[in-house]
Write a protein that binds this ligand. Structure first.
Ligand SMILES: Cc1cc2nc3c(=O)[nH]c(=O)nc-3n(C[C@H](O)[C@H](O)[C@H](O)COP(=O)(O)OP(=O)(O)OC[C@H]3O[C@@H](n4cnc5c(N)ncnc54)[C@H](O)[C@@H]3O)c2cc1C
Length: 386
């Protein structure tokens, strides 16, 4: 077992770290203050990411992407995760589900997305179907060569900026292992398609500048050629290509947790009370020790899951453990870093209050902590008939 980074991986880490510090950190205060990324700044960061070879680093080289394996993408995520989410998002890692594009979809969606000419969003969640996605009410009914789609999605990230949506909709029923269930199909739907409306979403406490939308589909007609993957097998497409997404979330959380820990460590070494550095009080130094240990444990879980993904051996539990532990470790690290800073930790002069706010959503999206625990325990109990 070799825990060292290859020279290529170290180069990726150094390049991304320097990009984050030079191109993203300087704009963080503005985004936090205005809750928006200026359109000219969007273009500028995107262009710099492309020029520096960081754009679409997760996509295959032969399609114009960076061709990085999942371990190296995770190392990259750890660096990008340090920065404000809305800014780091512009260094796009297109959704892996686009790898399911076939025929004309490759030219029309996959390649332009890798080049940075188009951006996508992904819509599964509905007001009454969150963790229980299979109960979704959005329906796509076959009508000749078309599907007619009706329904509402909510919480859909950056849909207002996306040129198209990867939409999941119910397309009938089938017998599953536990009785009748809905069949789900995924579609590629352009922003301008009649019947597809992007409405205002909700204001979230996490990730300022990164917005979500409500999507309404009202008799929206799409040709069957817009089906992504196989009709009625939308969850198979998602399972095949979105497995690494939870690992990416874990990696990004680690970046933010490390930033919080570094800030807290510097402060503990420098701030004096009662005539000595506060880091000399065990009440403070032990917090740092716990933070460092948890972050290291989360890093090992994350890189192990990524490595197993690259070998085609990652289980759902591997990804769930990485996501669960890293997101929860981030929550604790952000909270304790503020405690170490005292009152100043809560002020928006420091990135800590933002890291603390941003940490909260990570235990909810991409599968809540409870759902991750469900996945892990199911794998333990099922072989015993539980
Ligand atoms: C800011 C933001 C952006 C998002 N972006 C997107 C996006 O781009 N695309 C998209 O499709 N979705 C997106 N989501 C949706 C996100 O994935 C869901 O919020 C998440 O899956 C949880 O669904 P829910 O909020 O409806 O909670 P619910 O599923 O209603 O859960 C409520 C509570 O019940 C618990 N619970 C539910 N089922 C179980 C169970 N079986 N066992 C134990 N506990 C359970 C949950 O863990 C949670 O604590 C986003 C969400 C947010 C907040």
């Amino acid at each position: 077992m070799d825990f060292s980074l290859s020279s290529e991986q170290q180069m990726v880490v150094d390049t991304v770290r320097s990009f984050v510090e030079k191109e993203l950190y300087p704009h963080e205060d503005e985004v936090e203050r205005t809750n928006a990324v200026r359109p000219d700044l969007v273009r500028e960061i995107k262009k710099k990411a492309i020029d520096n070879g960081l754009y679409a680093a997760n996509m295959p080289e032969e399609l114009g992407g960076g061709g990085l394996d999942t371990v190296t993408v995770s190392l990259m995520e750890m660096e990008l995760g340090r920065a404000n989410f809305a800014l780091q998002y512009l260094v796009a890692r297109p959704s892996n589900i686009l790898r399911a594009c076939a025929g004309d979809q490759v030219e029309n969606y996959l390649l332009p997305t890798i080049r940075g000419d188009l951006t996508e969003c992904l819509a599964m969640t509905e007001p009454n179907a969150g963790s229980d996605l299979r109960s979704m009410k959005t329906k796509a009914v076959k009508d000749g060569e078309h599907y007619v789609i009706n329904g509402t999605k909510h919480f859909i990230s950056h849909a207002e900026l996306a040129d198209y949506v990867v939409l999941f909709a119910a397309t009938g029923e089938e017998e599953g292992p536990r009785g009748t269930r809905q069949k789900i199909t995924s579609f590629l739907i352009d922003k301008a398609t009649p019947g597809y409306e992007i409405a205002k979403g909700y204001n979230s406490v996490s990730h300022r500048g990164y917005h979500n939308n409500v999507l309404n589909f009202d008799n929206c007609r799409v040709h069957q050629s817009q089906v992504l993957g196989t009709a009625d097998r939308g969850f198979d497409v998602a399972n095949e290509w979105l497995g690494a997404t939870r690992v990416q979330v874990a990696a990004m959380c680690l970046g933010r947790a490390r930033r919080a820990m570094e800030l807290a460590t510097e402060w503990a070494a420098q701030r004096k009370q009662f005539g000595q550095q506060i880091g000399k009080f065990q009440g403070i130094s032990f917090k740092l020790a716990d933070m460092a240990t948890e972050i290291k444990a989360a890093e090992l879980l994350t890189l192990m899951a990524a490595s197993k993904y690259d070998q085609g051996a990652m289980t759902d539990s591997d990804a769930a453990m990485a996501k669960l532990y890293a997101t929860e470790a981030l929550g604790r690290a952000a909270d304790e870093a503020i405690q170490i800073y005292g009152g100043m930790g809560l002020m928006d002069e420091m990135p800590l209050e933002r890291i603390w706010r941003d940490a909260r959503v990570e235990r909810i999206w991409e599968g809540t902590s409870e759902i991750q625990r469900h996945i892990i325990s199911r794998a333990m109990l099922r072989p015993l008939g539980g």
